[in-house]
Design a protein around this ligand. Structure first.
Ligand SMILES: Nc1ncnc2c1ncn2[C@@H]1O[C@H](COP(=O)(O)OP(=O)(O)OP(=O)(O)O)[C@@H](O)[C@H]1O
Length: 252
């Protein structure tokens, strides 16, 4: 795959913390429009991998290229504005506002960024908020306090707030931890729908969920890519079986 087709290309990435290599000569590439799932045992480097893509952590060695541009000299805020949105495990929404107000705020944030380039009409913004509410399945709960939503609904609202900022690449960290089976399945459907117009990286431990959404899976181990392939390919790979052996299932 040429660099021009890759939304994200990571070359020989090493991140050291006081000499300990959380990421070690890692290479990774993904095409525009891909939905990629990253798995790996505890301490494999998954969180550090996301931290380095968002600019929270800088490479000790190697490069992260987003749409062909080296991210090294950009701040976290600049990288977010370039089009990388991150969903953390704990929802960061305003619990005393309604889902609609939360989404309006997220749309306004985008408007401020682009204010000098485009003119937004209030009608267009209402359409966007209404569309987002429908996409994330919260149209019927648009006007209740977000604090009253279920854990799953809060997660979807935050995903909606991220999407409101029109990112090209969405990073989603363990989106189904603590969700019911039904919420988990609906989250999978939501991510698949969003994948039609975004590139998405999902970090996940729940293998049933990975099977629901994953086309291509990357397995991290000891800070590097152990293998890549379909879920069937990676689950039957002896190296993957070996690194997961002796690991207690995660208490998520
Ligand atoms: N700021 C830091 N300082 C020192 N060591 C760190 C730091 N951040 C991460 N590490 C170490 O780097 C390794 C990789 O951590 P990371 O959190 O990226 O793994 P992970 O795959 O996300 O694990 P988990 O599934 O448990 O969240 C771990 O051994 C961790 O202790």
């Amino acid at each position: 795959m040429g660099v021009s087709e890759a939304i994200l290309a990571i070359e020989n990435l090493t991140v050291s913390f006081d000499g300990f290599k959380a990421l070690n000569q890692l290479n990774f590439s993904m095409a525009v429009g891909e939905l990629r799932v990253i798995i790996g045992p505890n301490g494999a480097g998954k969180t550090t991998f996301l931290d380095v893509i968002t600019g929270k952590v800088k490479p000790t060695e190697g490069r992260v290229l987003f749409k062909g541009k080296n991210l090294r000299s950009f701040s976290e805020d600049q990288i977010a504005r370039m089009g990388i949105g991150r969903k953390f495990q704990t929802p960061r929404i305003y619990l005393n506002l309604t889902p609609q107000e939360n989404l309006e705020l997220a749309c306004n944030r985008r408007k401020q960024v682009f204010a000098t380039l485009f003119s937004y009409s209030p009608q267009a913004e209402r359409r966007t908020v209404t569309g987002l509410l429908e996409t994330v399945g919260l149209a019927a709960k648009a006007k209740i306090q977000a604090g009253l939503l279920s854990h799953g609904e809060k997660q979807w609202l935050e995903i909606g707030m991220l999407v409101a900022q029109s990112p090209d690449l969405l990073l989603v960290d363990e989106p189904v931890a603590g969700l019911t089976d039904e919420e988990t399945e609906r989250t999978g459907e939501l991510l698949q729908a969003l994948a039609e117009s975004h590139s998405i990286i999902v970090i996940e431990h729940d293998m049933e969920f990975v099977r629901q959404i994953a086309r291509q899976v990357t397995v991290l181990h000891e800070g590097t890519v152990l293998c890549e392939g379909t879920i069937d390919q990676v689950q039957s790979d002896p190296r993957v079986i070996e690194v997961y052996l002796g690991q207690k299932p995660e208490a998520h």
